[in-house]
Design a protein around this ligand. Structure first.
Ligand SMILES: Nc1ncnc2c1ncn2[C@@H]1O[C@H](COP(=O)(O)OP(=O)(O)O)[C@@H](O)[C@H]1O
Ligand SMILES: N[C@@H](CC(=O)OP(=O)(O)O)C(=O)O
Length: 782
């Protein structure tokens, strides 16, 4: 049975709602024997640090104000989460503890680590009691009884034994993060952010299989996603880079988190307690992931030169100030970066062996593959110069370049640095589904087009899919020899395999290009989005799916900042979606769209002159690859109905297929049965069409199959696709067979409509339209 340690940081426990959400995660992800490690709720440790400072400064008013703040926060959580009796007991316990803190403060016997420990003790108690209230057997455990340190070193054997004795398989254990004790039973902490370390330590002691660090972002990003909206989420980060980021003070993992996992097979992942479905970032052993680019920022640091530093001394200093300290050597000297508010304590501990070189520094470090560091350092220096940011100190190591500056690196500057230093090295994995008429042409065009895109972005086609077989090569398929590779290496697959393989792709961006006509494949979109895939569809099913499903998909894409392009689902390569988007973004309002949106029906209606039966034209169109795989999808009008729905949704209307009136271009009962049955009855189609055609001649008009959408001032809409008789002189009557025409009226194009006309079907133009979507996507990602 696999055993997992789950760690929930302060950000996951910041309110009663978050406790409830965490409890739901525990209910669905944990079983007896698993452990949950918790940090102090929200910013509780920061508040307790302030409480400690006011105590040290003898600020009794400040002390009681902050203590009241702590009390209110805890009491609020208790009141929101618990029923009467349990609420009463927990409030009483809290009250006793706060009284004890006050009396220690009065007697001058308050102890820093013991005070800070309350945050984690409260969290563990509340979560365990809340889980029990929900009927899940859970116990809270004080990690001071599990983890003992002697002279700052963990007593591993003793700790392992304590864990094995205390933590059985009978219950779920909610263990306090951050805290431990020394051999005299005094409380010590593992340093700020230390609960991640508690979790991996515990995992190593209880021989767990995996550790999940649940936090408020979806994983590890290229930079802080709260500051840079287009930060890249990495599916995999290697341990060395995660460790380096932590040593540089990045909060997403604590500096020592990885050390207990060094010689173990324990898996580590970082995932979001706010978005449980989002795939995590896996922190993997060397060789299992390529080195990536990151930028991590610094705030308010002092640069201190140390004469000579003994092994382990930086760790001891970190322990004293409860914060990680980055150290490095430059020009034969040793430097440490210390949070400014703690510098006096560090200097005191180093008694005369250290001096401040620069103070009140801000800045950032670029972490990247070693081959790129020198170039990135030069580029970063240039960018800072352009932004008028003065560099007070810089340093280059094998895997990072460090810049210490006067001004803070605000979100705007960070976004610029990120765009120029990180985005450049990006990769896009392309999965192409559907190798039919259009798909094959698209793949063949890919060789030239991907080479063109490569100049801006590292684009690799990693998978080609037919309905049952796939060719999957995570490092890229050779586009000049894909048919050969398909012959030799394609394998059977099912949807589960496919989603799993896509989830494992170690690329910054992924796009699935759906050139199938398969409704079943379109139903995979939500799962593909969960794997952080952008989507490009020529397939119309998802765009015309039932509106709740469609809206959910849109929301899912939005939450993950993913793009969905489907330009070729209407009008093949014609830029109709671009035109509509453009009108709306520039403040116009579309009031009417009319036209012929089916290349097939356009070709059939314009080509028919009575010289041969209508059904033989249908078969000709099918042979030319003009129709949907089953031409009845075109003749039924459903294909055009779908296109009109896509256009309607594009201009912001919430319609469903059923809201669009449909008049088919064939007798209703021919829609049923197999294609062969249809062929046997094709004469019925011929007389149906002949009759309509003659009616047109009688009216001195021509028969066309059209769609129309009208939007009224009230916001309501009327939409219809069906047979129409149009004047012989009209643009619609004079279409080149196969062309589409879109006649758009809007507030600005009221009297003289905007007309878009051109080939609305055909392999080459449709494949080119899909390339246009891919190009658009790459421009957005750049
Ligand atoms: N590269 C990064 N990837 C993800 N998060 C980052 C990164 N750099 C900084 N962060 C910040 O780290 C925060 C998570 O750390 P922290 O607040 O300590 O979480 P927790 O309370 O769960 O331990 C995120 O909210 C985010 O703002
Ligand atoms: N509560 C401690 C320990 C910790 O790890 O917290 P978090 O998991 O919220 O970073 C701190 O704030 O430093």
């Amino acid at each position: 049975m696999t055993k997992v340690v789950h760690k929930f940081g302060g950000s996951s426990l910041s309110s009663a709602e978050r406790y409830q959400a965490v409890a739901q995660i525990v209910l669905s992800h944990c079983r007896a024997g698993d452990c949950v490690v918790v940090s102090a709720a929200g910013k509780t440790t920061n508040t307790l640090v302030k409480l400690w400072e006011s105590y040290q400064q003898d600020d009794s008013q400040g002390f009681s104000d902050i203590l009241l703040q702590v009390e209110n926060h805890q009491a609020e959580l208790i009141r929101a989460l618990f029923e009467s009796q349990q609420q009463h007991t927990l409030l009483e316990q809290l009250d006793l503890e706060l009284q004890r803190i006050t009396s220690h403060a009065k007697q001058d016997t308050l102890h820093e680590a013991t005070l800070l420990a309350h945050g984690e003790l409260w969290s563990a108690r509340l979560l365990a009691c809340y889980l029990s209230q929900l009927g899940f057997a859970a116990e809270h455990v004080d990690a001071r009884n599990l983890f003992t340190l002697h002279h700052g070193q963990l007593l591993h054997q003793q700790n392992k034994q304590a864990c094995m004795e205390r933590l059985k398989d009978t219950s779920l254990y909610v263990v306090t993060g951050f805290i431990a004790s020394d051999v005299e039973k005094n409380t010590v902490t593992l340093g700020r952010n230390g609960s991640d370390y508690s979790a991996t330590l515990l995992a190593s002691y209880i021989d767990a299989d995996a550790v999940s660090i649940w936090t408020d972002t979806q994983g590890v990003f290229s930079t802080d996603p709260r500051k840079v909206a287009n930060a890249i989420k990495y599916p995999k980060v290697c341990r060395a880079q995660a460790h380096l980021l932590a040593r540089l003070g990045n909060p997403v993992l604590h500096a020592k988190t990885l050390s207990p996992l060094k010689h173990s097979k324990i898996k580590l992942q970082v995932r979001s307690s706010f978005d449980v479905e989002s795939p995590p970032t896996e922190i993997v052993k060397e060789g299992y992931s390529k080195a990536k680019r990151f930028i991590t920022t610094f705030e308010d640091l002092d640069l201190v030169r140390v004469d000579a530093i003994a092994p382990g001394e930086v760790g001891q200093l970190s322990q004293i100030i409860q914060h990680s300290i980055h150290h490095f050597s430059a020009q034969g000297e040793t430097f440490i970066l210390v949070p400014a508010q703690s510098t006096h304590r560090v200097l005191k501990a180093l008694s005369g062996r250290a001096n401040i070189v620069e103070s009140a520094l801000q800045g950032f470090a670029v972490v990247a593959p070693s081959a790129n560091i020198a170039q990135l350092q030069a580029q970063a220096a240039q960018l800072l110069h352009e932004q008028n940011i003065v560099v007070r100190f810089n340093h280059k190591d094998n895997e990072y370049a460090l810049f210490l500056t006067d001004q803070a690196i605000d979100s705007d500057v960070l976004a610029i640095l990120h765009d120029k230093l990180v985005n450049k090295g990006r990769e896009l994995a392309v999965v192409i589904a559907g190798l039919g008429n259009v798909g094959e042409v698209f793949v063949n065009q890919c060789q030239r087009q991907v080479a063109h895109l490569q100049q801006q972005f590292d684009v690799k086609v990693v998978a080609l899919l037919r309905s049952k077989k796939m060719l999957f090569s995570a490092n890229g398929i050779s586009l000049s020899a894909w048919q050969q590779q398909w012959q030799n290496e394609s394998v059977d697959y099912n949807n589960e395999d496919l989603i799993e393989r896509i989830g494992e792709l170690d690329y910054e961006h992924k796009v699935v290009i759906d050139i199938t006509a398969s409704e079943e494949f379109s139903k995979l979109y939500p799962q593909l989005v969960k794997q952080d895939c952008h989507l490009i569809s020529a397939n119309k099913y998802a765009g015309t799916a039932e509106s709740t499903w469609y809206q959910q998909l849109r929301e899912q894409l939005n939450e993950r900042s993913l793009h969905w392009r489907y330009n070729t689902s209407v009008g093949a390569g014609l830029p109709i979606n671009f035109a509509l988007a453009d009108l709306q973004h520039s403040g116009d309002k579309v009031t009417q769209i009319e036209g012929v949106f089916s290349g097939t029906l356009s070709w059939l209606c314009s080509s028919f002159d009575g010289s041969k039966p209508f059904s033989s034209l249908v078969l000709e169109a099918k042979d030319m690859g003009y129709t949907e795989p089953d031409p009845r999808e075109d003749l039924s009008g459903r294909d055009m109905q779908r296109k009109l729905l896509i256009l309607a949704r594009d201009i912001g209307l919430t319609l469903d297929l059923a809201d669009i009136e449909l008049e088919p271009l064939m007798p209703d009962d021919l829609a049923q049965g197999s294609w062969d049955e249809f062929l046997a009855r094709k004469g019925e189609l011929d007389s149906f069409y002949e009759h309509l055609y003659q009616q047109g001649i009688t009216q001195d008009k021509v028969l066309r199959y059209t769609g129309s959408l009208q939007v009224f001032a009230s916001g309501k809409a009327k939409a219809k696709v069906g047979i129409a008789y149009v004047d012989k002189s009209s643009a619609i009557a004079n279409l080149t067979p196969g062309d589409n025409i879109f006649v758009i009226k809007s507030v600005w194009y009221e009297d003289n409509p905007l007309v878009l006309q051109g080939p609305g079907a055909g392999k080459e133009v449709t494949a080119a339209g899909v390339h246009s979507d891919l190009y658009w996507l790459v421009q957005r990602l750049k």
